[in-house]
Write a protein that binds this ligand. Structure first.
Ligand code: GLN
Length: 239
């Protein structure tokens, strides 16, 4: 009998713009459709992080929300770094992606320190990068989502881009890179929620989470007609 997969949802109230909570729902649903057991644990300011986390998910947030949870988030730095080193799967979107990095400096010059799980830094600036976006990745094929951020992210030598942005601006609007990866940790600017239009990526995260604990239940193919239509429509619609 497969032990339940534990999905940890970081700051569901503060960090949930553009439907990012949907990523948690997509993973839970894809497990339930296959009769695989799953537990979702919301973690808000002050709550303990479960020690048996298999996948940690965090969504986007306004600059102000990032400030609100900032101290709590950074206090979890050692734990999150240990989890990442241990191969726990993480998917962090936009504001959470920025905070998994070293720091986010807002347009106003406010420095919000990150936890340094990903070797990236982000600098806010006045122009927002907005629109539907698709990204070709070596890990999970084409990802489709929606970007809306003012922070420009630069990768250091210990992070590789998640993929190459095709229609959007990606990390910084300059080098064509989108997102960052280190081991099983993925950061991306793709909202949407991204997993709803990128089912292959959703299953890749599940596969990695099981593989890490030496488990390998069959991930039966699902009918992905609707996510595939949604992805095609979004790809054809620039904004
Ligand atoms: N506040 C960050 C930015 O604008 C993140 C925004 C978001 O999560 N959508 O860069």
């Amino acid at each position: 009998m497969t032990r339940p997969l534990t999905l940890v949802h970081l700051y569901p109230r503060e960090m949930n713009i553009y439907g990012d909570t949907g990523n948690v729902m997509v993973l839970r649903k894809r497990l339930q459709w296959r009769d695989l057991p799953v537990t979702v644990v919301p973690v808000s300011v002050g709550d303990p992080l479960p020690t048996d986390a298999d996948i940690v998910l965090g969504g986007g947030g306004q600059d102000a929300a990032q400030g609100e949870i900032g101290q709590d988030f950074t206090s979890r730095g050692p734990e999150l770094r240990a989890m990442a080193d241990d191969g726990v799967v993480m998917l962090a979107i936009c504001g959470s992606y920025q905070m998994l990095g070293h720091e986010f400096v807002t347009q106003e010059g406010l420095r919000i320190p990150g936890v340094g799980v990903l070797d990236v830094t982000t600098q806010g600036q006045p122009v927002r990068l907005i629109g539907n976006n698709y990204v070709d990745t070596p890990d999970a094929g084409r990802l489709v989502g929606y970007e809306n951020h003012s922070g420009l992210t630069t990768l250091g030598p210990d992070a590789r881009p998640l993929g190459t942005t095709q229609s959007g601006r990606g990390n910084n609007g300059k080098d064509g890179s989108e997102g960052a990866v280190r081991g099983n940790v993925f950061g991306t600017y793709l909202h949407g929620p991204v997993l709803a239009k990128s089912p292959r990526f959703a299953d890749e995260l599940l596969r990695r989470a099981y593989a890490r604990r030496g488990d390998n239940p069959a991930l039966e193919p699902l009918d992905d007609t609707l996510p595939e239509i949604a992805a095609r429509v979004a790809v054809g619609r620039p904004r």
